[in-house]
Structures are given as structure tokens and as C-alpha cells.
Write a protein that binds this ligand. Structure first.
Ligand SMILES: *[C@@H]1O[C@H](CO)[C@@H](O)[C@H](O)[C@H]1NC(C)=O
Ligand SMILES: *[C@@H]1O[C@H](CO)[C@@H](O)[C@H](O)[C@H]1NC(C)=O
Length: 315
């Protein structure tokens, strides 16, 4: 009998060591009878908590039993097990605060709000109002706006300093001159660099320069047509080899102006002789500022001497 009592005592001790002493009474109760947890009523008795979505109507009548709970009204909620006498009103996302609902309120969860498009709030959980995103205007957006951060604008572009402006202008001028030069070299020189006083003989006639002693006789009728009476007489007089009386004589005997011009030149050519005559004519026409005439004469002689060679690019 003693043995039996001793065995019982050992078993009891073991049970108490594992459950009564070490274990917490409420922990056991919580997991078993009140899965949501318990609360203590004024008389020391324990009640189970109401689940979320419900609020407490009246305490339990006996230890570790459910109290009377009631579902939250529409527009209110409780998102945790509780012993609250009433539910919390749902948050309304203020339309005037640039917010919108992202999740509707339920009995067990509050409304979730967020910023409307193109708005942000950088106050974290404190956000009650959203602000409109910076549009950045002319600067342009560097980092786009999102719900929690305003947009970041690009920095102002580099200021154009006077030095840079000068550089740009200089480059532009150099470019312009280069283009003009190329253009001028391709076109006739006289178009770009005209200087009437000492105009060069066009390159295409330069071969004529070697023909100083060109026979002008056969060209005299056409040359006199080009020069006309007045200039034919003047160019002849400049040299002075034809006596004034001879010129007067020609004037008197030839009523026709063209004929006069021809006779002046013929007379001069006979006196002057072939040698250097062409050269003389050219030089004096230019000295009298009759470049157009000089050129016409040049062209006339050139064409007669070279035929169609010009088309093949005689330069
Ligand atoms: C035992 O339960 C009570 C509530 O009844 C609690 O306050 C206490 O912290 C618990 N102790 C341990 C060791 O769990
Ligand atoms: C919002 O933008 C910021 C930078 O402006 C960035 O650091 C953050 O991660 C972004 N948040 C989201 C949710 O994209």
C-alpha cells in the first residue's frame, strides 16, 4: 500500500512539474477554448475575445466562454480580436485631398486609400492629403513622380557663356567663308572677286596672250562693229600714229558710222602694223574702262581661232 501511494505521489509530481508549475494556465486555455485570446472581467473571471469584425455586447457568464458579440455595423470595422463595445468608423479617402479608394472597407478591415493619378504623398503612414506632382515645365522630368515621391526635374541646361558664343560665331564665319570660297572657285572668278581696274584676262583666253602678233585684218569689220564709231576713233587716237587730219578725212568721206569705225581701225592697223596690234587694242580698251568691249573682241578672236574647242574645256 505504501508502495502504491509513493508511486501516485511520483506521478503527481511529474504531472505538476510539466503542466502546473511550468505551464501557464491561460496559455492552455487560450489555445484550447479561446483561439482568439481572452480578457479578464472585473470579478476575476476570464472571457474569450470577440473575433475581428465583431464587437462586444456583453461579457461571458461563465469562466472561459464566449461573450456576446455583434457584427460591426455597415461603415464600421474592427480588424483585430477584441473586447471593444463598438466598432471603428471606416476611413473615408477624402476626395478633396486628392485621394482615392484602393480597397473598400469591410467589417474586419479599414478602407485603403492612395493618391489619385499625378499626385503623391511622402509622409508615409501619416498621409492624409496628396499633393499634385511637379510637372517641371520646360526643364523636363528627370525622375517620374510616383505615389511616394514627387517628380525630380532636370537641372537647368548649361548657361551659354560669352566665350562659347564667340566660339560658335567664329566657327560659323569660318564655315561660311569656306563654303563661299569653294563656290567661287567652282564658278567664274569674276563673279566673286570682281575688280574692274585690273581685271585679269579670263583664263580661257590666256592662250591668246602668246599670240601677240595675231593678224587682226580679217576681224576688223567685226571689231569696228563692237567698238562703234566713237570708241574706234578714240582707241586709234590714243596711240597717235594716225595723224589727226587723216581721221578728219575719214570722218568727212564716210557718212555711215559703221564704215567710219571700220576705216579708223583699218587706217590704224596699217600704220601700226600687225606686231603687237592685238595687245595694244586690248590694253587700251581696258584703260578706257571698256572691259566689255575688250572681252567681246577677245571672244571673237578666240572663237575664230579655236572653233568649237571651248566646249571641250580649254582652260
Ligand atoms: C501566465 O498568464 C498570465 C495571464 O493570465 C500572463 O499575464 C503571464 O504573463 C503568463 N505567464 C507566462 C510565464 O506565460
Ligand atoms: C518612387 O520614386 C523614388 C525616387 O523618386 C524611388 O526611390 C522609389 O523607390 C519609388 N517608389 C516606387 C514605389 O516606385
Amino acid at each position: 500500500m505504501k508502495m502504491l501511494l509513493a508511486l501516485l505521489w511520483v506521478l503527481w509530481s511529474f504531472f505538476c512539474l510539466t503542466e502546473c508549475v511550468k505551464g501557464n494556465e491561460t496559455r492552455l486555455e487560450r489555445s484550447d477554448k479561446c483561439p482568439e485570446g481572452i480578457y479578464t472581467v472585473s470579478d476575476g473571471k476570464h472571457c474569450c475575445l470577440c473575433p475581428k469584425g465583431y464587437h462586444l455586447l456583453s461579457d461571458c457568464t461563465s469562466h472561459l466562454t464566449d461573450p456576446k458579440c455583434e457584427k460591426c455595423d455597415l461603415g464600421t470595422y474592427l480588424d483585430h480580436a477584441n473586447q471593444e463595445s463598438k466598432c471603428e468608423p471606416c476611413t473615408s479617402c477624402g476626395n478633396n485631398d486628392n485621394m482615392k479608394v484602393t480597397r473598400q472597407c469591410t467589417f474586419s478591415s479599414d478602407t485603403e486609400c492612395s493618391c489619385q493619378d499625378d499626385h503623391y504623398c511622402d509622409k508615409g503612414d501619416e498621409c492624409k492629403v496628396c499633393y499634385s506632382c511637379n510637372k517641371c515645365g520646360e526643364l523636363g522630368i528627370k525622375v517620374a513622380c510616383n505615389l511616394t515621391h514627387d517628380a525630380q526635374c532636370k537641372e537647368k541646361g548649361p548657361v551659354i557663356t560669352p566665350g562659347i558664343t564667340a566660339l560658335i560665331v567664329t566657327l560659323a564665319v569660318i564655315l561660311f567663308i569656306s563654303v563661299l570660297s569653294v563656290y567661287c572657285l567652282r564658278k567664274k572668278k569674276k563673279f566673286c572677286f570682281k575688280s574692274p581696274e585690273n581685271e585679269e584676262i579670263p583664263e580661257k583666253y590666256s592662250t591668246l596672250l602668246e599670240e601677240e602678233d595675231l593678224d587682226l585684218e580679217r576681224f576688223l569689220p567685226q571689231i569696228s562693229e563692237i567698238l562703234g564709231c566713237k570708241w574706234a576713233r578714240q582707241v586709234v587716237r590714243r596711240e597717235g600714229s594716225v595723224p589727226e587730219a587723216a581721221l578728219d578725212n575719214i570722218t568727212e568721206n564716210n557718212p555711215n558710222a559703221e564704215e567710219k569705225a571700220f576705216q579708223f581701225l583699218k587706217c590704224w592697223y596699217e600704220m601700226h602694223g600687225r606686231r603687237g596690234a592685238y595687245r595694244y587694242l586690248q590694253r587700251n580698251l581696258k584703260e578706257m574702262n571698256q572691259n566689255a568691249m575688250a572681252e567681246k573682241v577677245q571672244e571673237l578672236v578666240y572663237r575664230a581661232n579655236n572653233g568649237g574647242a571651248e566646249e571641250n574645256g580649254v582652260v
